[in-house]
Design a binder for this molecule. Structure first.
Ligand code: SF4
Length: 198
């Protein structure tokens, strides 16, 4: 998801294109029709996450939101009639997760707070507005150009930064910090909804 990538690229202190090339693959989502990015596995035969090591997660302070939520799965829907966002959760019970043996009980909100998920949800949930905009526009399939623009706006924020310079899309240059990347991403999402998904 977009904010996951912003955090991970800053973890490696690299450009978003370099991060995406090194650690992710992408495909078109079957239901959403949007470009989807996922982390690579160790190899074709070893399906462990590329960031897992003998000492655990190599990117732990900046791990993605789905890792933070686990063993919860989170689903977000937006009502077509009212625009209201609804969240729902499911508990994923897998034998290797020893946390289920613990007697400790926590509410979902306590878990979200402990895992610092507020910013992740705030920015990643903007993707749902994009899906709504696509549905509103009656776009069943996206053109290659639309898919490319969505890809750079949502995931490859440094390429969007350069693109927006040549196209004069943003009224100012944002610094190469997490906060600067978030501002670029917010501008990119607005531009997509107003100019690309229509
Ligand atoms: S916490 Fe997430 S990013 Fe880290 S090793 Fe596990 S699956 Fe990979």
């Amino acid at each position: 998801m977009p904010y996951d990538i912003i955090r991970l690229k800053h973890h490696f202190q690299c450009n978003s294109s370099i991060f995406l090339e090194a650690y992710t693959t992408s495909y078109t989502g079957i239901e959403s029709g949007l470009p989807i990015v996922e982390l690579k596995t160790k190899s074709q035969h070893d399906l462990h996450c590329i960031f897992v090591s003998e000492n655990g997660c190599m990117v732990y302070p900046d791990r993605p939101s789905s890792c933070r939520y686990y063993p919860l799965g989170r689903f977000v829907t937006k009502s077509r009639e009212t625009g209201k966002i609804t969240e729902s959760y499911t508990m994923i019970q897998e034998a290797h997760c020893k946390g289920h043996d613990s007697l400790c009980k926590q509410s979902i909100n306590q878990w979200r707070k402990e895992q610092e998920l507020e910013a992740f949800d705030k920015y990643n949930d903007l993707m749902i507005h994009l899906i709504s905009a696509k549905n509103r526009a009656g776009l069943n399939t996206l053109s290659e150009n639309q898919r490319y623009l969505i890809y750079i706006c949502c995931y490859d924020i440094d390429t969007f930064r350069e693109f927006s310079k040549t196209q004069k899309l943003m009224d100012q240059a944002y610094p190469h910090t997490i906060e600067g990347d978030i501002q670029c991403f917010l501008n990119a999402m607005k531009w997509l909804e107003e100019r690309v998904i229509k």
